[in-house]
Design a protein. Sequence first.
Length: 682
Amino acid sequence: MPDTHPFHAARTHGFVRVAAATPVVHIADPVANAAEHIALIEQAADQGCDLIVFPELSLSAYAIDDLHMQAALLEAVERQIASLAEATAQSGIVAVVGAPLRSGDSLYNVAVVMAGGEVLGVVPKTYLPNYREYYEKRWFAPAASRSEDTIEISGEIVAFAPGLIFEAANRPGFVFAVEICEDFWAPLPPSTRAALAGARILLNLSASNIVIGKSDERAMLCSSQSARTQSAYVFTASGWGESTTDLAWDGQATIHELGACLAAGERFALDSHLTLADIDVDRIGLDRLRNGTFSDCARQEGEAATVVPFEAREDIEPTDLIRPLDRFPFVPDDASRLDQDCFEAFNIQVQGLMRRMTATAATKLVIGVSGGLDSTQALLVACRAFDRLDLPRSQILGFTMPGFATSERTRANAWALMKALGVTGAEIDIKPTALQMLADIGHPFAAGQPVHDITFENVQAGLRTDYLFRLANQNGAFVLGTGDLSELALGWATYGVGDHMSHYNVNGGVAKTLIRHLIRWVASRELIGPDATPTLLSIIDTEISPELVPAIDGVIQSTEATVGPYALNDFFLFYLSRFGLKPSKVVYLAHQAWADAGSGHWPANTPEAEKVEYDLATIKGWMRKFLIRFFQTSQFKRSALPNGPKVVTGGSLSPRGDWRAPSDGNARVWLDELDANVPDAG
C-alpha cells in the first residue's frame, strides 16, 4: 500500500524524534521517581521517539541537600538505574537520566545514558555552581577530579567522562552529547567541544530553579548555543515536586535547532509530561558541510573524544512530522516576525538602490510598469529611495508598454499606480514594432496566423527592455530591474536584452511569495502615500501572468499553469539552494506542509483562495519540472545577472554570491534520486 512506503516515515529523511521529559519529582524517593521515568519512557516510545532526556538528578531529586550523602539513597539510585535500562530494552528508545553516582571515594552529579537494556556511558557534570543559592561542591566532585575514565554500574564497566559522543551505528547523523545544567552557563560549555567533535544533538539535564526573567535567559542560551554550534539543543529542567524550602521550579523544556525553537513545553505543570520535536540531523550536517568556519574551528579547537556506539530503533512507520514547518519558508507565519522581515527586506532594497544611485550620481531612473507584482514592488522601492534622497518622484520615469495580450485591468492598474505615486508616466504601444520584427523574421503571426510560440512571446518581452534601455540613454537615467528570485530560479526570464537584465535589480533577492506580502506591508504603513493603497490591493489580487499570449475563451495566460505554483516552487528553492537537501526529502516536507490546507498556520492576511492543498503526485510532478529548470536549463541566464542586493538568508542566485554552478550542467542525479525514493501517489 502507498501509505506504508518508507518515504512516509520521518526517519527515512534524517529526522530524530526527541522528547524532553518533565516528570513529577518525588523527594529522595528513587523508586517513585523511576516509576515516573518508566511511564514517560513508554509514552515516548509509543509516540515514536528515538531519544528521551530527563532533568538533572532526576532519580533522586535535586533539592535534597545533604541527603545526597546518604548511602541508602545512593544504593537505591543504583538499583533503579538497572530498572530503567531494562525499560529501554522494552521500548527501543535511548534514555538519558540524572543521578548521583559514586566513583571511588567521590560523589558525582551525572547523566546516565542507556539503551538496549544496558548503560552506554556516564557523563559527570563539569562545572559545579557554588554561589548564591547553590552549594553543589559540598556534595559533588567536578568531572576533572575523577581518577578513572570508566565506572562500574550493575557489574558492568562503562565509559565515564565529560564530552562522550554517543553515535548510532545504524542511523547516520544521530549523534549526541550531554552536559548538565551549569555547564552551559559557563563561558565555554562542554557542548561546544562536543559539537566540534561531531555531536549534532546536545542535551542539557538541568534542575535550574526559577526566578523572574530566568526562563527567557535559558531560552536565549539554548537558541544561541544551537546556532553557534550548528546543532540541536534539548533542555529540560526540574518541575513540580522538587522541594520549595527556599526555591521554586517551573519545569521549563525547550528544543532548539540552528537557533530556532522547535518546541517549548508547559511551565509550572502539575503532571508528568513530554515535549516532543523531530530534529533534522541531516540538515544540521549539511549546514556544517557548507560552513567552512565550523570545520576550521573543529580542526583548531576540537579535541579527541570517546565515541560510544549504539543501535537506534529503525522501524519506519508512517509518521507526521512534529516540528514547525512553514508552508512559505520565505514568509514567516508569525505576524510580528513577518512585520520585521518585511521591514528589513524593503529597507535592504531601498538602501541598495540608494547606494547605486549615489555611486553613479544618478538623479533619474527608468522602469517598466506592467501592473503586476514585481514591477509594482520595484516602483515602491524607487519611490522610497527617491524620498530618502530628497529627489522628486517626477524623475522616476515609468513606462507601461501594452502588447498583444495586455489586459485592460493591468494597464489601468499601471496608470493608476503611476499617477497615485506621482511619478512621470508614459505609454508606448509595442505592437507595431513587434509586428514589424515578426514580419522581418518571417513569423507566421505577421501573416495573420494565430501562432503564439516562444518567438512571439520573446519579441514582445525583449522589445520592452530594449525600449527601456534606449529611454534611459535618452533621459540620462538608468534602468531599474523588476525580475524576482523565483523567476531567476525557474529561468522564467527573457535572456539578453530581456526582463532579467537591468542596470540594477532590487527584486533579484526576493521570492515571489514574499513580494505579495511586501506590497501589502508597504500599503498598510502608507510609506509611499495613501492614494496608492486601493490600486496596490487590486494588483495583489491579480492573477500572475506575463500577458504575452492572447486570452483563449476568456482565460488569460497563466504563469503558474506553465511553471507550477509559486508556493511550491519557492518551497523547493528554499530547501534545495539553502540546505542542499535531496529532492525526495524536499517533496516529503512539501507533502507534510501542503497535504492538508486546514491544518497549521498561514501567514497573516493570506486569502482563502491561496489556502490550497497539493497531493503527493502533484508535488512530485512539479518538483520534476523544477529540477530540470533549475539545474539544467536556466543557469546560463543566472550567469549574466545584473547587480542587486541579497535579501534573504541563502536566497541569492547571483554567480558572485550564494549560487555558483556550471551553465551547461544537467539534472540527472536529482531526477534519479527523486524517482528512486518518492512513490507516484499515496
